[in-house]
Design a protein around this ligand. Structure first.
Ligand code: GLU
Length: 485
């Protein structure tokens, strides 16, 4: 039996960002590489910070990136429930064990007292710590307070003068002195556990073998190790993943680009590009390989190659990667993305009506696409039979009005007679017309491009003409000519 069990334990306090999902993905890779299990557990114990839609957003982000989970709140599993708010008895009984062992104690201090205490400590420049006023309450006092329903929390009594050691998979040896720690809360006044207690109890009861999480949780780890010890649990192995910084080396934030993972989807990034970009935020196979497909990632993922230094988030690299992945898609797969983006922009009817044109256009726009969402704008002029083009725009081709009339008249005549409307024939015949009229190809083909597409940059003109077909080409040329007569 393989006992590698890892978990992603987000708090539904907002939409998941790249840092959260990088953690999820590294856990997923570790599980898949080792044939272990990847568990999703929702840590919703901070009732005040819950954000509506965050839970759904987390699962949707994972699904969009094809990060599948073996156990989780929506699908259950042998260690469920996987939503902490449904496991309150488990935490309460752990807290009771700690009280019985003399390391957990009731605290009835109210918010005002704690605020004043903090203020005083700040003024005296002493450590900000709970002063243990309630540590030695008698059983009678406790019973009386409880029966009077005095709001209370349960705290953990930090042992004095201990050194706590961690051998972290990523950060190696880390040590803390317990004198620096405060008697932290285990159960809050609303009856919910704190992150520390719930996290430890669940990692133990869900048989988690490795806790791979962001470095920001490293300072919480000594508290967790104390709890493992006090509860008589074997701690899992810990690996704290490097921070992710913006290109200016400050903490990654909204101003460095989109922060919610689903925003990347909406901006037109492909999931595989985001995955590839994300895996390099802290892991590598060597010092130069950038494009790595998911299969290789699963095959090669190794915690030994997770670096200690902070990873730098570079949106230009993500853009570059996205372009790469777009060009790597088969025409059929790219078409599905293009179609989806166009339905969002123009509606299903239009896309169905011009589906043939869109299919032919897809490989032509791929070289210039940076985002999937570029597609609607790049194809809009073929998804209509009535393109209207401004006279002023047509004139940007640099031919005079009379030359425009001559060129359009000659082209219309040619198009009316051409039977073979294939791009090769169109190209060779229109080059002859251009030569006969003695216009520079740039100006002449610029004119035809302006008229047929209302754009100055498009895929090759003759491909566009073939896609539009003789009837639509002719009507666009006719309409343009009318503007000059
Ligand atoms: N609930 C914590 C979070 O939101 C989990 C941290 C951990 O993995 O221990 O990230």
């Amino acid at each position: 039996m393989n006992d590698i069990r890892v978990r992603y334990a987000p708090s539904p306090t907002g939409q998941p960002h790249i840092g959260n999902i990088r953690t999820a993905f590294f856990n997923w890779l570790y599980a898949r590489h080792n044939g272990g299990k990847f568990v999703v557990r929702i840590e919703d114990t901070d009732q005040e910070r819950l954000v509506e839609g965050a839970y759904e957003g987390i699962l949707e982000a994972l699904s969009w990136l094809n990060i599948d989970w073996d156990e989780g709140p929506d699908k259950g599993g042998p260690f469920g429930p996987y939503l902490q708010s449904e496991r309150l008895e488990v935490y309460n009984s752990a807290a009771n064990i700690l009280i019985t062992k003399g390391v957990g104690y009731y605290c009835f201090c109210d918010r005002d007292r704690l605020n004043n205490l903090r203020k005083q400590q700040q003024e005296n420049k002493s450590d900000i710590k709970y002063d243990r006023k309630c540590l030695n309450l008698s059983n009678d006092e406790i019973e009386q307070n409880l029966s009077n329903n005095i709001p209370h929390v349960i705290r953990y009594k930090i042992p004095a003068d201990n050194t706590i050691q961690l051998n972290d998979i990523v950060r190696d040896e880390v040590e803390w002195n317990t004198n620096l720690l405060d008697d932290f809360v285990l159960i809050k006044s609303d009856g919910f556990p704190t992150y520390h207690l719930a996290n430890v109890v669940d990692d133990h009861s869900m048989n988690i073998s490795h806790v791979l999480r962001a470095e920001e949780w490293l300072p919480s780890t000594p508290r967790h190790l104390l709890l493992y010890d006090a509860l008589g649990y074997e701690p899992p192995q810990f690996g704290h993943l490097p921070m992710i910084l913006g290109p200016d080396r400050s903490k990654l934030s909204k101003r460095h680009g989109a922060t919610s993972i689903l925003e990347y989807r909406d901006l037109g990034y492909l999931p595989e590009a985001v995955i590839n970009f994300m895996v390099l935020l802290g892991w590598s196979i060597d010092d130069h390989t950038e494009i790595i497909n998911r299969q290789e990632m699963v095959k090669l993922f190794d915690l030994g190659r997770v670096g200690k230094p902070a990873a730098v988030f570079d949106i230009d690299k993500l853009d570059w990667m996205n372009g790469n992945y777009i060009r790597d898609l088969s025409d059929e797969d790219l078409f599905e993305h293009v179609k989806h983006a166009c339905i969002g922009e123009f509606g299903e009817n239009i896309v169905d009506q011009y589906s043939d044109r869109l299919t032919k256009m897809t490989p032509l726009i791929s070289p210039r696409m940076k985002y999937v969402t570029d597609a609607p704008d790049m194809v809009s002029y073929i998804l209509t039979d009535n393109l209207s083009v401004e006279k002023e725009f047509i004139e940007t081709c640099k031919l005079s009005s009379s030359d425009i009339t001559i060129a359009l008249t000659a082209t219309i005549k040619y198009v009316q007679e051409e039977i073979d409307f294939s791009k090769d024939t169109l190209e060779s015949e229109m080059r002859i017309i251009c030569g006969q009229l003695e216009y520079s190809p740039r100006n002449y083909f610029g004119l035809i491009r302006n008229v047929l597409t209302s754009r100055s940059a498009t895929p090759p003109l003759f491909d566009i003409m073939e896609i539009l077909g003789p009837r639509d080409t002719l009507s666009r040329l006719d309409n343009a000519l009318k503007l000059f007569q």
